[in-house]
Design a protein around this ligand. Structure first.
Ligand SMILES: [Zn+2]
Length: 160
């Protein structure tokens, strides 16, 4: 038998499992495999590999798939909620800073006036001004941090 015949047999063995082969090709191949030990061994080895791959294919439980999809969707929803919450926090912080900047001159004059009336040292009324000025932003930030940790806790509880 010449080498071309074995090469054809090997090509047909591979094609058989991938795209299939015609009936005349299969008849020819089966006749060749009956006569040729080397090609028969190769066909058997190919068959064993294909069987092993089929055995190791993981059968995934559909319930597990739908549970996982639901969890991923829930996670995405929670992330979206957190993002819009965070946006609201930034907007309120920005508003608080803008109001703080706009009212600073008035607050400065008012506290300076009170400081002079009560004969307080300049250091004390400047400290009072600073505290009054940062108080709204600090309150908003503290409130936001509290709400945010509350929301993350709720999201964590929902997940379990
Ligand atoms: Zn052969």
């Amino acid at each position: 038998m010449n080498a071309d015949i074995h090469e054809r047999a090997l090509r047909l063995i591979d094609a058989w499992h991938v795209e299939g082969i015609s009936t005349p090709d299969r008849v020819w191949l089966e006749a060749h495999l009956a006569d040729c030990e080397a090609c028969a061994a190769r066909a058997a080895a190919t068959e064993r590999v294909i069987q092993a791959v089929r055995r190791n294919t993981i059968a995934v439980d559909p319930a597990l798939v739908s549970t996982t999809q639901a969890r991923v969707r829930g996670q995405a929803r929670a992330m979206q909620e957190n993002q819009s919450r965070l946006r609201a926090v930034w907007i309120s912080c920005a508003l608080s800073w803008i109001l703080g900047a706009l009212t600073a001159p008035l607050l400065w004059q008012g506290i300076a006036w009170i400081g002079r009336r009560l004969e307080l040292s300049q250091a004390i009324w400047i400290l009072a001004f600073t505290l009054c000025w940062i108080a709204p932003a600090s309150l908003v930030a503290a409130f936001a941090a509290w709400k945010y940790s509350d929301a993350s806790e709720a999201a964590r509880t929902r997940r379990h």
